[in-house]
Design a protein around this ligand. Structure first.
Ligand SMILES: [Zn+2]
Length: 132
């Protein structure tokens, strides 16, 4: 094998080792003051609550919303808690909060495109053609 040929192969192989920049990113979806049980005060106290949407991305393109989390700040004792999952066990009005704070629209672009392509495929390829 000539040196040029080897260099060509090596540079082509090296292209396959491009690191894929992926991971989880987050976006603020809301803020409110509400009552929440404080772990330090041991009772329901007023909290500043920041609602966060987490989503999976590849090269900063959002692929799929994954979870909602909350950062809470107790206004009585000042205790701050981060990344509390938005789940029934932590919030008494969970159902309302879940509807009020939704994942941002841009986290649904890629799933929307995939679903539209599948529906287009089903419409044109699987369903029988209309008879004249
Ligand atoms: Zn507290």
């Amino acid at each position: 094998m000539s040196k040029e040929c080897f260099c060509y192969l090596y540079s082509n192989l090296n292209l396959m080792h491009i690191p894929i920049f992926k991971g989880f990113s987050e976006s603020i979806i809301g803020f409110e003051e509400n009552y929440l049980k404080c772990q330090s005060c041991k009772v329901d106290t007023e909290h500043e609550i920041l609602f966060i949407s987490k989503y999976f991305h590849v090269y900063n393109i959002p692929l799929l919303p994954t979870s909602k989390e909350v950062h809470a700040h107790c206004l009585k004792c000042g205790m701050r808690r981060y990344n509390i999952p938005l789940e029934k066990q932590f919030f008494s009005d969970y159902e309302n909060l879940k509807k009020k704070y939704r994942h941002p629209w841009f986290t649904y672009i890629i799933p929307g495109i995939i679903i539209s392509l599948l529906l287009t495929f089903v419409y044109f390829e699987i369903l029988p053609a209309p008879k004249n």
